[in-house]
Design a protein around this ligand. Structure first.
Ligand SMILES: Cc1cc2nc3c(=O)[nH]c(=O)nc-3n(C[C@H](O)[C@H](O)[C@H](O)COP(=O)(O)O)c2cc1C
Length: 245
């Protein structure tokens, strides 16, 4: 199998880092690798804000629900969906700005995810570890203020990057039959396959937590979807200029 496929299949989030810095040349290479990802309509609707100031890191770690690796990672960046940069040229070319449709929001958010994941793959290929930080959306307003994000730009997630100081087990994914369908969507065989997967995940959690909780996948995600999730996001995004027309 190709080494790239092996690399992709060995991904695991890293939440404990050594103090080793990332060389500036390598950092630039990783950014370039991220930027090479495909981008919808060539919009290039992503902006990365790199955070080096320890005080800002501390604040963001708190905003994200006290996630200490935001402070301890060698690098921490916030990936932003950015419709402002392109939108500036509507005015410059004397065209009306119509860049606040739901479709534009999807385009920019997808762009951000693709860029980040290419950067992540590049980072993991040179032995670095990563952890995405969606927790910043607990407090998108304060995070945006801290980063001085203008209208048309919103913080999608953070990313911790550094040399791993832990080697966790790979977290098993759903069986292929559950996520890959032929021609049409159907749920045939899913309950049985997911029941088996539940046992696997329960065992994974039991091992990882030293005999502690052994929650199943289905129980975990049912809780997630039974609770309101960051209900402030819609209002925040509308105020940021994403009107969802
Ligand atoms: C967009 C996104 C946001 C995430 N946010 C967080 C986070 O705030 N804190 C955290 O510890 N992990 C976060 N994660 C990591 C997931 O929990 C992790 O990817 C998932 O449990 C699967 O584990 P693995 O990455 O080790 O395979 C995030 C992942 C993604 C893709």
């Amino acid at each position: 199998m190709s080494s790239v496929i092996d690399l992709l299949k060995s991904h695991k989030s890293i939440r404990k880092f050594t103090g080793q810095k990332i060389e500036p040349e390598l950092f630039d290479i990783l950014i370039d690798a991220g930027q090479a990802a495909a981008t919808s309509s060539f919009l290039q609707g992503s902006t990365i804000v790199r955070i080096t100031d320890p005080r800002k890191r501390r604040e963001i770690a708190e905003f994200a629900g006290n996630q200490p690796y935001v402070e301890t990672a060698a690098e921490f960046m916030i990936f932003c969906a950015d419709l402002k940069r392109a939108g500036n040229y509507c005015e410059a070319y004397e065209k009306p700005f119509e860049g606040d449709f739901t479709e534009h929001f999807i385009i920019a958010t997808v762009d951000v995810a693709l860029m980040a994941q290419s950067l992540v793959t590049a980072a993991e290929s040179v032995g670095l570890g990563i952890c995405y930080i969606g927790g910043i959306r607990n407090n998108p307003g304060p995070v945006s203020e801290l980063l001085e994000l203008p209208k048309g730009v919103y913080p999608v997630f953070g990313l911790c990057l550094g040399y791993p100081d832990q080697d966790p087990e790979i977290k098993p994914r759903l069986p292929r039959s559950v996520i890959l369908k032929q021609e049409v969507y159907n749920e045939e065989g899913d309950p049985e396959a997911i029941a088996e997967y539940d046992d696997l995940i329960s065992e994974y959690y039991r091992t990882r937590t030293g005999g502690g909780h052994g929650i199943t996948w289905s129980e975990q995600v049912s809780t997630l979807l039974s609770e309101k999730s960051r209900p402030h996001m819609k209002k925040f995004l509308v105020e940021k200029g994403f009107k969802f027309r």
